[in-house]
Design a binder for this molecule. Structure first.
Ligand code: NAD
Length: 239
């Protein structure tokens, strides 16, 4: 049976993209949660400004908000013993530590990028980082002007993958961030030697690629034991 989904950040760009895609597919979104002032808007589903006010109406939470409201949603999930899949980016060190500790009590998936395409390229990036130890690696990302965090969560994730593969620190990798009207998300990982250059390039044409990942991981995380999961764990499980 499909797990009933609550979307936190319902009236945001991602919240609406996830809801619209759910209606075209087999997913069952039953609750939209957002800030009080937005809840007056019309919707076909139950709208809440506090997820704890109607816990019976959903089984799993998808969160695309901001770090602080996201942490609040995790606290509510902990108190209700509900799983959560988080797409929000920009968490600081303390907030990440809190997410890790909360995952001892609930299944929690954190993915700074929910698209299959980007997550598949992470594997190639890891492999190339090892195969080409003398190549200099840098990252460039371009997003729309309303994006709050910089560098993007995806660029930071790429840096983390490179650092792990080369046994260096993510901060050692140069990241350039650009903000341009209309760009949903472009990431370039550049491997450069004196003689040649390889670029792993991902360009998101629309938000549906992230929305699909959020919906699919929500159904997967609802079946997991408490713990900390990434999109890689979901992908490797073959779901
Ligand atoms: N993981 C991914 O694949 C992926 C893809 C795109 C965006 N993102 C990230 O998702 C987040 C949201 O992006 P967006 O473009 O949809 O932003 P947005 O600003 O369009 O939407 C955020 C929504 O959260 C709501 N919100 C704020 N405070 C809230 C609260 N206390 N309770 C409930 N809702 C609250 C806002 O009212 C808004 O509707 C960002 O961190 C962004 O970087 C991740």
């Amino acid at each position: 049976m499909n797990s009933k989904i609550a979307i936190n950040g319902f009236f945001g760009r991602m919240g609406q993209s996830i809801y619209n895609l759910s209606k075209k597919n087999k997913f069952n979104v039953t609750v939209g949660c957002d800030k009080k002032e937005k809840i007056s808007q019309e919707s076909e589903i139950l709208l809440l400004s506090d997820l704890s006010s109607n816990p019976e109406s959903f089984d799993v939470v998808i969160d695309f908000t901001l770090p602080e409201p996201s942490i609040d949603a995790v606290k509510i999930c902990e108190s209700l013993s509900k799983p959560i899949t988080i797409g929000t980016t920009g968490f600081n060190k303390n907030q990440k530590e809190y997410l890790l500790s909360a995952s001892k009590n609930i299944p929690l998936l954190l993915a700074p990028n929910m698209s299959l395409g980007v997550n598949a390229t992470l594997k190639s990036i890891s492999e190339l980082s090892k195969l080409l130890p003398n190549y200099e690696i840098s990252i460039e990302e371009t997003h729309h002007k309303n994006k709050i965090d910089s560098p993007s969560g995806t660029a930071l994730k790429i840096a983390e993958v490179v650092a792990e593969s080369r046994d260096i620190k993510p901060a050692d990798i140069n990241i350039k961030s650009y903000r341009e009207d209309g760009e949903i998300g472009v990431h370039k990982t550049i491997f450069k030697s004196d003689d040649d250059e390889i670029i792993i390039y991902h360009n998101a044409y629309n938000r549906e690629i992230f929305a699909l990942g959020a919906l699919e991981t929500s159904q997967w995380i609802a079946k997991q034991k408490p713990g900390f999961y990434t999109y890689q764990n979901y992908m490797e499980d073959g779901s």
